[in-house]
Design a protein around this ligand. Structure first.
Ligand SMILES: Nc1ncnc2c1ncn2[C@@H]1O[C@H](COP(=O)(O)OP(=O)(O)OP(=O)(O)O)[C@@H](O)[C@H]1O
Ligand SMILES: [Mg+2]
Length: 267
């Protein structure tokens, strides 16, 4: 089977020092091709460390990661870049503000490919970009030559999502990509993400602090806590899930109160 397979992943920061942090304590997680998984968990649970391990930003101490049947655990971030799409929290991070929308897209298309044609903005490419932008439904197809710095946060995250998926990656990683937006833009990007992931059958791992989003979107919800997966919810059980139900599930497993700082505010 292809898709994403994560096996026995461990990561400790500053090992053997007083600052030692065991960020991942044995994560096993498999995503079937086209599966959409949402990840929730309190601050410091290890969610970003997990995504960063898949992206190659950090190297796990133990365990392996297979993508499309290939062991990518030891590949550099650059080596896996063409097969992985990523959108992060900060709308300013995913795009280059001083370049135009079309230039940003051309860069995204060149990612992981050899130099040479990097910057070629042919008429055919512009047409393709306009077509894809039109599908976002935000009118960005009319702004190909506008500098990205002129766009709103929501428009930039929509463009980031398109850039991250332009090469139809084997996995899409989203790390709180709606968290920095105002509620209206956050809802718009969440809905767009859902539509995009389904339309292109993207294997997707999405971290969110918005429990309502995590419950509503995706095929499976994963709850992380202190470097471990506490539980997952899928199928009819997930469809019937409520924020209160999620809180109760956490308290059943942990035997402690569900104090979920930011998440409480995020609905
Ligand atoms: N590059 C790093 N160097 C050192 N420590 C790190 C690094 N990345 C993460 N950590 C630590 O590992 C632990 C897990 O962090 P991580 O960012 O994965 O949590 P998270 O679940 O994404 O939390 P949040 O909801 O706050 O984003 C934290 O204690 C964090 O301080
Ligand atoms: Mg994080």
């Amino acid at each position: 089977m292809t898709g994403l397979i994560i096996e026995g992943l461990h990561k400790t920061f500053f090992p053997g020092t007083v600052n030692e942090i065991r960020a991942l304590k044995g994560i096993d997680l498999t995503l079937a091709p086209g599966e959409f998984v949402t990840v929730v968990g309190s601050n410091g649970a290890g969610k970003s460390t997990l995504l960063n391990s898949v992206a190659g930003v950090i190297t796990p101490d133990r365990g392996r990661i297979l993508l499309g049947g290939v062991d990518i655990t030891r590949l550099s971030e650059v080596e896996r870049a063409a097969r992985i799409g990523r959108v992060l929290q900060n709308p300013l991070a995913g795009t280059a503000p001083s370049l135009t929308v079309a230039e940003n897209l051309a860069l995204a298309l060149a990612r992981g490919r050899s130099r040479g044609l990097r910057w070629a903005l042919t008429a055919a490419r512009r047409r393709r970009f306009a077509e894809e932008l039109a599908q976002l439904g935000l009118g960005l197809e009319n702004r190909l030559d506008d500098k990205v710095g002129l766009l709103s946060g929501g428009q930039r995250q929509a463009l980031s999502l398109l850039m991250a998926t332009l090469q139809r990656p084997d996995v899409l990683l989203l790390d709180e990509h709606t968290a920095a937006l105002d509620p209206r833009a956050a809802a718009l990007i969440a809905d767009l993400t859902n539509r995009w992931v389904r339309q292109h059958r993207l294997t997707t791992l999405m971290i969110t602090h918005n429990l309502e989003q995590a419950i509503r979107l995706g095929d499976r919800l994963v709850m992380m806590h202190e470097g471990r997966i506490l539980f997952t919810v899928s199928g009819p059980e997930k469809q019937a899930l409520t924020i209160e139900g999620l809180r109760q599930a956490f308290e059943r497993v942990r035997g402690q109160e569900f104090s979920y700082d930011r998440a409480v505010l995020a609905h």
